[in-house]
Design a protein around this ligand. Sequence first.
Ligand SMILES: NC(=O)c1ccc[n+]([C@@H]2O[C@H](COP(=O)([O-])OP(=O)(O)OC[C@H]3O[C@@H](n4cnc5c(N)ncnc54)[C@H](O)[C@@H]3O)[C@@H](O)[C@H]2O)c1
Length: 378
Amino acid sequence: MTKVLLTGGAGFIGSHTCLALLESGHQVVVMDDFSNGSAEALSRVAALAGLGPWRQTSAERWTGAEPEGSRLTLFRGDVRSPQDLDRAFGAADVGGGIGAVLHFAGLKAVGESMAQPLRYWDVNVTGTVRLLEAMGRHGCQTLVFSSSATLYGTTETVPIPESAPLQPINPYGYTKAAVERMLTDMAGSAPGWRIALLRYFNPVGAHPSGRIGEDPHGLPNNLFPFLCQVAGGRRRQLEVFGGDWPTGDGTGVRDYLHVMDLAEGHGRALDVLLAEPPQVLTLNLGSGCGHSVLELLQTFEATNGLRLPYTVVERRPGDSAVSIADPGQAERRMGWRTRRSLADICRDGWAWQSANPQGYRGTETQPTPELIGAQNGS
Ligand SMILES: NC(=O)c1ccc[n+]([C@@H]2O[C@H](COP(=O)([O-])OP(=O)(O)OC[C@H]3O[C@@H](n4cnc5c(N)ncnc54)[C@H](O)[C@@H]3O)[C@@H](O)[C@H]2O)c1
């Protein structure tokens, strides 16, 4: 059992990974500013993990000093704030410090990054600098970073190996490349760093219970949550960007992976980092299979017995025809490969969307204090 800090753990990938880590027996501390995440997501994670009642604790209990130990603790906090970080690390110091950090907190919308580049550099890069400083203060040198296939830009290489050149084409991608560089430099500056750079392809779907899923605040930035919201009647029709790509049916091809496969990949990466000598491990996380937008749409319709309105519009600047991972390295280094199909993704994504048409909103129990805790069995 390791005590793990998840920055951004109340968001889409973080909440699913939090559940996977709890199910593997880890103790989890989450810090999130709720800018695109939800406390309700963690409340549901606690229930799915079979933890006792999820509740706000008093000011005195911010230290996590429950005698039997809290298995899941959530802080409201900004990753750019040394005080917020110290509170999250410090609370866990009672009974043993944080053994590893999974760093999900960040901004991820490509278009928004072009309109607000400074904000992206501040949250994604400065936020990581502050996190590394806090890790230094608290003696933690194990970090799993949420990187992205966006790094590869519009490469035509298929499938894409980790050795492909990094050529980001937007501020979001540049911030991911900068953080990868910074983490590699850190590892070179002092012995002991155990770092995983996980380059996700297209994580989609939801936990099969339909209790947790992707709940973007505002207009969805990615195809799958948009498609789910069209299916649920929250958006009028799906816009498909480009029907003239050099692909089988003219629409873009992507490597979709189920978010629970991705969550399990984090658990594997953590196991490898903790078991092996210090290193920087760089891995693609994808299925190795490509599906076009129309294939995804048709699978969603066939799996769920629905018809979705869509229209084909102009290509989006910066998109590429095909993006597919070579996931061989992840299999060789940590025995991980995706297990769930595109139909599983569509079934679970719709189970979440249909049961939660407005996402977590409406069911939200916003925390007024900054700490909420759940205890095993209480
Ligand atoms: N979803 C994808 O398609 C995808 C693909 C590749 C990489 N990633 C990366 O994975 C990570 C998680 O992505 P996600 O899809 O779960 O996104 P998400 O927006 O659902 O989760 C990010 C979480 O970070 C929190 N956050 C943002 N700024 C913060 C700050 N300053 N301090 C503390 N918390 C903050 C948000 O509230 C949110 O809960 C991100 O770093 C993203 O760039 C995502």
